[in-house]
Design a protein around this ligand. Structure first.
Ligand SMILES: *[C@@H]1O[C@H](CO)[C@@H](O)[C@H](O)[C@H]1NC(C)=O
Ligand SMILES: *[C@@H]1O[C@H](CO)[C@@H](O)[C@H](O)[C@H]1NC(C)=O
Ligand SMILES: *[C@@H]1O[C@H](CO)[C@@H](O)[C@H](O)[C@H]1NC(C)=O
Ligand SMILES: *[C@@H]1O[C@H](CO)[C@@H](O)[C@H](O)[C@H]1NC(C)=O
Ligand SMILES: *[C@@H]1O[C@H](CO)[C@@H](O)[C@H](O)[C@H]1NC(C)=O
Ligand SMILES: *[C@@H]1O[C@H](CO)[C@@H](O)[C@H](O)[C@H]1NC(C)=O
Ligand SMILES: *[C@@H]1O[C@H](CO)[C@@H](O)[C@H](O)[C@H]1NC(C)=O
Length: 891
C-alpha cells in the first residue's frame, strides 16, 4: 500500500502560501520496530492550501493486538493552519467519534474547512511535513527550517520511541527533541528539581487531591501544555488538548505522550518570544479572567477560625499591627455540619456575622467563603440537596442513581457541572446565601473531585459520624471495569493506584452519558465556570473565585493557589516554581499558602515567606486546623517583614493591576520566569528561585535558613533596588546581595517606568493616594530611554476594557540625551482618571548622574521640588493630573 514516500502534498501547502523559504527536507524514512500507521491517502484538501484531511491505516501485518488493546484500524489525520500563528494537528478514529474536551468549556474552531479564513492575509509561521511509512509528522518553523516537533522515530532507533500508536485506551506519540532544548510546563505538580523540565522524569497528568508538599507526583490540576525554548532563545508552545489521563516522559532527546483516551488534538504556537506563545495559547484556551483590584491585596485565612468573634479579632489585630489586609476568609468552619450554603447559628450568628461583613465593607475590605462540591445528603431538611435532586443535576452511578461519595459533611452527592441545568441551580444557591450574607468571593476547594471513599454503589448506614473523619465509612463496591483499570496504568498517587482512588468511580456518568473516565480532569474547571457565572450574576461585579483543581483554560475563570504545603524552606522554594508554572499554563492569578499550611514553622521562615509571597499576584496566608494561630502579626520579625514587603506590594498595586490587564488581554503571566524577559540570555533558562513581576521587576528572595545574603542572577544591565534605589550593574552574572532577616531584594531593570501609589492598610485606601513614577534609566549612558503604562478603572467593573468614562490608559515615555531628559505621557480616555482626581505627584528618575539646572513642566519652568543625589533625580509636588497628557523636561 505504498502511496507516496514523501509528503509532496504538505510541501505544496506551504509553497503556495509562502512562495519561498519552504522547508522541503525529506524526513528520515525508518522501519519501525513495531506497529505504526501508514499514510493511505489525502481525503480532502482545504481551500487556499490551509490544510488537508488524510486517512491513516494500520499495515495489514503486523497489526498490533497486545496487552494495551487493539490498534484502531483507520485514523483521520487533519493538519490545519488555523491562522498565521496556530497550527493544529488532529488525529482520531476514522470510523467513529471519540471523546473530546467539550466546546462549552474551551470553544474552538470546527475542524472543517468552513471555519477557515477564506482569504488569509498573513503567511503561516509554522509548516507541516510528514512521512508515509511509518506515518509521522513534523512541525517546522518555516523561516528558519527548524523542526519543532517530529513524531517520526529517529533513524538511530532511540529506545522507547515508537511510531504513532492509537488504541481505544492507549495513544502514544513522541517527538524528537534536539539536545539543548529547554522545556517548561506539563503540570500540575510540585517540582523538587526546579522550573525547567528534567530528562528522566515522567509527568503524570491526572487531577488528584494530594498534598502539594509531596513533590513530583500528580496533583490538583491538568495542564498538558509546554513551552520549548531552543538555542538562540526562540520559543514555541505545544498544547495537547485532551482531558484524559496521561503521562509524558521526557528523555534527553525525546518526549513521549501516553494518553489513555480521547483524541490527539495538538496546537502549535510559534512564539517566537515566550510572551507571544502565551498570547497565542490563551487566544485558544481563554484569556485569563480579570481580577478585581482588591484581590491583589493581602488575604488572611485559616481553617479553624471557629467563630465570628475570632475572625473579627484577627482583622482588628492586622490593623493594630500595621500590616495590610484586604480580604478576610473563612474555611469550612462557618458552615452548619459542613453543608454548603449553611451557617452555624451558634458560632456564626447571622446577625453578628452579617454585621461583621458590613463592617469589612465599610472599611474597604472584602470577605471570601469556602464552598466544596460535595452536597451532603444526611439531613432531611437540607434544601440545597433537595433542589439539586429536583433538577436532577448530580453525577450518576452506573445504576442511574446519584453517585454517593463521602467528604466533610459525611455522605455526599456531586453536582455535574457539565449539565447545563447545574449552573442555574448553583446560581440560585449562591443567590440565596448571598442574600443572607453579602460575601465577595468564593473558594471552591476539593474539586478534583475529592472523595474519602473509593468505589461505586456506596451505601450509608444512616449513622452520622462526627466531625473530621477522613476515612471512608460508607460500604462501597469495588469498581473493576476497564475504565477503572485501563490497560495502561497511570502512576496515580505515585503508587499506580486505580484511577478512581479517592475520587468518583470511573464508571460514573455525566448527564449526557460522558464517563468520569473521560471528564475527570475537567471537574474543577467545570465548577469554576459555573461559579464565575453565578458570582457575576449575583454580585453584578467582577467576580473573584479560587479553585484548587484546574485544567488548561481555567485561568479564564478562576484564581488558583498551590495547595496544601508545609512550613518548610523546601516548600517555600517549591511555591516559587509552581506559581511560575501556573502562569505559564494560563492561570496567572496564583499564590501559595504563605508560612505554610501544615506545621507551625518559625518566625524566620514566615518572615522569609512573606517576603516572597507578598509579591505573588495572589497573596494569602492560610493554615491547617491543628496548628496554633500563626498570623503574621504573632511573630515579631515576620511583622516587620510583612510591613516592608506588603508595603512595597501595595505601592506597586497600579503596576500589578496593569499586569492584570495585560494578563486579561494578552495572556501574559503577571509573575514570569526570567527567560520570559531575557530569552536571549541562556543563563536565565535555569533560574528557578527568582521571579519577575512583569518584565521589569526582579524578586530575589531568601529560601534557606540562617541566610544573611542571597546569590542572585542579574541579566545584563542596570538594576535599582526598589526600597532604597541603590544600583546594581550586571554583565549578566550571579551576584551576592545582602539579605539580613528583614530584607528582600527587589530590583527594577533599566528601561522601565513603574507606576506606583502610596502604601496603605487596604487597597481601597491605597487607590486614593497620589502617584509616583519611577523611571529606571541605565547608568552611564548618554542616550537612553524607558517606557511604562498604567490601566485605571474602578477595580470591579465586570469588563476590564479601555473605554471612555469607564477606564483610562496612560503610557509614559522617558528619554535622556546627554543631560537633557524628557518624560511624556500619552492618555487614552482621560475622563475616568480625571473624575477620580488622580495626580502624579512625584517622579523619581534613576540613572541621572548630575543635577539639572532647570526643570520644565509642559514648557514652563516648574515649581516642583528638585532633589538630586548620586544617580537619582527626584521631582516632587508636581500635582499633574494623570488623566491629562504632560511633558516634563530637565537640562
Ligand atoms: C485481540 O486479542 C484479544 C485477546 O487475545 C482477543 O480476545 C481479541 O479478539 C483480539 N482482537 C482482535 C481484533 O484480533
Ligand atoms: C486565530 O484564529 C482564532 C480562531 O479562529 C481567532 O480567534 C484568533 O483571533 C486568530 N488569531 C489571529 C492572530 O488571527
Ligand atoms: C470563639 O472561639 C475561640 C477560640 O476557639 C474561643 O476561645 C471563644 O470562647 C469563642 N467565642 C465565642 C463567643 O464563642
Ligand atoms: C454505621 O457506620 C459507622 C461508621 O463505620 C459505625 O460506627 C456504626 O456502628 C454503623 N452503624 C450501624 C447501625 O451499623
Ligand atoms: C529577629 O529580629 C532581631 C532584631 O529585632 C534580630 O536580631 C534577629 O536575628 C531576628 N531573628 C531572626 C530569626 O531572623
Ligand atoms: C540555623 O541555625 C540554627 C540555630 O543556630 C541551627 O539549629 C540550624 O541547624 C541552622 N539551619 C541551617 C539550615 O543551617
Ligand atoms: C540639550 O539642551 C540644550 C539646551 O536646549 C541644547 O543646547 C543641547 O543641544 C541639548 N543637547 C542634546 C544632546 O540634545
Amino acid at each position: 500500500m505504498k502511496t507516496m514516500t514523501m509528503a509532496m502534498w504538505a510541501i505544496l501547502l506551504l509553497a503556495t502560501l509562502l512562495g519561498s523559504g519552504v522547508d522541503a527536507r525529506r524526513l528520515p524514512h525508518v522501519v519501525p520496530s513495531v506497529g505504526g500507521y501508514q499514510f493511505h491517502s489525502v481525503v480532502k484538501e482545504y481551500p487556499n492550501q490551509q490544510g488537508f484531511e488524510a486517512k491513516l491505516v494500520v499495515p495489514a501485518s503486523p497489526s498490533r493486538n497486545d496487552t494495551l488493546g487493539r490498534d484502531i484500524a483507520s485514523l483521520t489525520f487533519i493538519a490545519k493552519i488555523e491562522n498565521s500563528t496556530r497550527l493544529r494537528v488532529y488525529i482520531s478514529d476514522a470510523a467513529q467519534p471519540r471523546w473530546e474536551v467539550p466546546q462549552s468549556m474551551i470553544p474552538r474552531p470546527a475542524l472543517s474547512a468552513e471555519s477557515l479564513d477564506s482569504t488569509p492575509d498573513q503567511s503561516p509561521v509554522l509548516g507541516l511535513t510528514y512521512t508515509t511509512e511509518p506515518f509521522g509528522f513534523a512541525v517546522t518553523r518555516i523561516a528558519t527550517g527548524e523542526v519543532l516537533f517530529n513524531s517520526t522515530p529517529p533513524s538511530d532507533g532511540t529506545e522507547g520511541f515508537d511510531p504513532l500508536v492509537f488504541k481505544d485506551q492507549y495513544i502514544e506519540v513522541s517527538t524528537q527533541l534536539p539536545s539543548g532544548a529547554s522545556l517548561y510546563g506539563l503540570g500540575e505538580s510540585t517540582r523538587s528539581d526546579g522550573l525547567k523540565l528534567k530528562p528522566g522524569r515522567t509527568y503524570t497528568l491526572w487531577t488528584t487531591d494530594i498534598a502539594a508538599l509531596i513533590p513530583d507526583i500528580d496533583l490538583y490540576g491538568d495542564w498538558p501544555f509546554y513551552i520549548d525554548v531552543r538555542e538562540g532563545g526562540s520559543a514555541h508552545g505545544v498544547l495537547l488538548l485532551n482531558s484524559n489521563g496521561m503521562e509524558v516522559s521526557y528523555k534527553e532527546n525525546s518526549l513521549t505522550y501516553r494518553v489513555i483516551g480521547g483524541v490527539l488534538d495538538f496546537y502549535f504556537f510559534p512564539g517566537p518570544s515566550p510572551l507571544e506563545v502565551m498570547d497565542q495559547y490563551t487566544q485558544l484556551v481563554g484569556r485569563p479572567a480579570a481580577q478585581p483590584y482588591w484581590a491583589l491585596g493581602f488575604h488572611q485565612c485559616r481553617w479553624g477560625y471557629r467563630n465570628v468573634t475570632v475572625v473579627k479579632s484577627v482583622v482588628e489585630n492586622f490593623r493594630k499591627a500595621g500590616i495590610p489586609l484586604d480580604t478576610m476568609w473563612n474555611d469550612i468552619d462557618y458552615s452548619d455540619k459542613f453543608l454548603d450554603f449553611t451557617h452555624d447559628e451558634e458560632r456564626f450568628p447571622l446577625k453578628e456575622w452579617r454585621g461583621f461583613v458590613d463592617e469589612l465593607h465599610a472599611n474597604g475590605q472584602h470577605y471570601v467563603i469556602l464552598v466544596d462540591p460535595g452536597i451532603g445528603i444526611a439531613y432531611d431538611d437540607y434544601q440545597t440537596y433537595k433542589r439539586g435532586l429536583e433538577q436532577d443535576i448530580y453525577l450518576k452511578d452506573d445504576d442511574g442513581t446519584p453517585y454517593m461519595g463521602q467528604v466533610w459533611p459525611g455522605p455526599v452527592v456531586y453536582p455535574d457541572f457539565l449539565n447545563p441545568n447545574a449552573t442555574p441551580w448553583w446560581t440560585n444557591e449562591v443567590q440565596l446565601f448571598h442574600d443572607q450574607l453579602p460575601f465577595d468571593g468564593m473558594w471552591i476547594d476539593m474539586n478534583e473531585v475529592s472523595n474519602f471513599c473509593t468505589g461505586k454503589h456506596c451505601i450509608w448506614n444512616g449513622t452520622i459520624v462526627p466531625d473530621g473523619i477522613t476515612t471512608c465509612y460508607l460500604q462501597c463496591e469495588e469498581s473493576n471495569t476497564n475504565l477503572d483499570e485501563p490497560p495502561f496504568k497511570l502512576n496515580h498517587f505515585g503508587t499506580n493506584e486505580k484511577l478512581g482512588h479517592l475520587t468518583a468511580a470511573m464508571t460514573v456518568k455525566h448527564w449526557d452519558g460522558t464517563t468520569e473516565y473521560d471528564a475527570h480532569n475537567l471537574y474543577g474547571m467545570s465548577e469554576a465556570i459555573a461559579t464565575k457565572k453565578a458570582l457575576t450574576e449575583v454580585r453584578q461585579k467582577r467576580p473573584f473565585l479560587l479553585s484548587r483543581s484546574t485544567f488548561v483554560g481555567a485561568g479564564a475563570h478562576t484564581a488558583h493557589w498551590t495547595g496544601d504545603n508545609k512550613a518548610t524552606y523546601e516548600d517555600l522554594a517549591y511555591s516559587i516554581v509552581t506559581v511560575m508554572n501556573s502562569g505559564m499554563a494560563g492561570i496567572p492569578m496564583v499564590g501559595a499558602d504563605i508560612c505554610g499550611f501544615y506545621d507551625m514553622g518559625t518566625d524566620e521562615l514566615c518572615s522569609r515567606w512573606i517576603q516572597t509571597g507578598a509579591f505573588h499576584p495572589f497573596s494569602r496566608a492560610h493554615s491547617v486546623r491543628d496548628n496554633d494561630n500563626k498570623e503574621l502579626y504573632l511573630f515579631p520579625n515576620t511583622t516587620v517583614s510583612a510591613q516592608k514587603a506588603l508595603g512595597m506590594k501595595y505601592q506597586l498595586l497600579p503596576y500589578y493591576y496593569t499586569l492584570n490587564y495585560d494578563a486579561h488581554t494578552k495572556g501574559y503571566p503577571m509573575i514570569r520566569p526570567l527567560f520570559f524577559a531575557f530569552p536571549n540570555d541562556p543563563k536565565t533558562l535555569d533560574v528557578s528561585y527568582q521571579f519577575l513581576i512583569g518584565n521589569h521587576i526582579l524578586v530575589s528572595p531568601v529560601i534557606t535558613a540562617n541566610a544573611t545574603t542571597v546569590d542572585a542572577y542579574f541579566p545584563k544591565g542596570t538594576w535599582y533596588n526598589m526600597f532604597d534605589h541603590s544600583q546594581v550593574v550586571s554583565k549578566g552574572e550571579t551576584l551576592t546581595l545582602q539579605a539580613p532577616w528583614d530584607v528582600v531584594n527587589v530590583h527594577v531593570h533599566e528601561g522601565a517606568i513603574i507606576p506606583m501609589q502610596e502604601g496603605a492598610l487596604t487597597s481601597t485606601e491605597a487607590r486614593k493616594t497620589p502617584f509616583t513614577l519611577v523611571v529606571a534609566l541605565p547608568s552611564n549612558s548618554l542616550l537612553s530611554s524607558a517606557s511604562g503604562d498604567v490601566f485605571l478603572d474602578n477595580g470591579e467593573e465586570i469588563d476590564m476594557v479601555v473605554k471612555a468614562y469607564q477606564s483610562s490608559y496612560v503610557s509614559f515615555k522617558a528619554a535622556l540625551n546627554d543631560k537633557n531628559g524628557t518624560l511624556t505621557s500619552h492618555v487614552e480616555h482621560g475622563e475616568y482618571a480625571l473624575k477620580e482626581g488622580w495626580i502624579v505627584d512625584k517622579v523619581v528618575v534613576l540613572g541621572v548622574d548630575s543635577a539639572p539646572s532647570v526643570v520644565y513642566v509642559n514648557g514652563k519652568p516648574s515649581l516642583a521640588k528638585v532633589m538630586h543625589k548620586e544617580h537619582k533625580l527626584e521631582l516632587s509636588g508636581l500635582g499633574l493630573p494623570i488623566g491629562e497628557e504632560f511633558e516634563l523636561s530637565w537640562k
